[in-house]
Design a protein. Structure first.
Length: 96
């Protein structure tokens, strides 16, 4: 399974960018994007930035990943998924 990471661009030359997430830095390709600026949040799959993220979407993806890590470690992950507690799951509109 491949998970996309919400990374922040620290520096870029227009072809690749040094990005960070959760204390990890890596160089990724930004060729699929149109010159993303330093500070932009991007969704990264297999060292390729595939799209820009707004701050809220990047935060939500980051929280979900931290929640998954907590669950894998046997820790309480309810705080990471507070929007799902106490309600029935809902399909996105396009899948209904």
């Amino acid at each position: 399974m491949c998970l996309g990471l919400p990374m922040t661009i620290l520096e870029t030359d227009g072809v690749s960018a040094l990005c960070s997430f959760a204390g990890e830095e890596r160089r990724v390709s930004v060729l699929l994007l149109s010159n993303p600026p330093v500070g932009a949040k991007v969704l990264v799959y297999i060292d390729n930035a595939v799209r820009l993220l707004d701050d809220e979407e990047a935060r939500l993806i980051g929280e979900a990943l931290r929640g998954l890590q907590a669950a894998v470690n046997g820790e309480n992950c309810d705080d990471f998924f507070a929007d799902l507690i106490g309600r029935e799951p809902e399909l996105p509109e396009h899948l209904r």
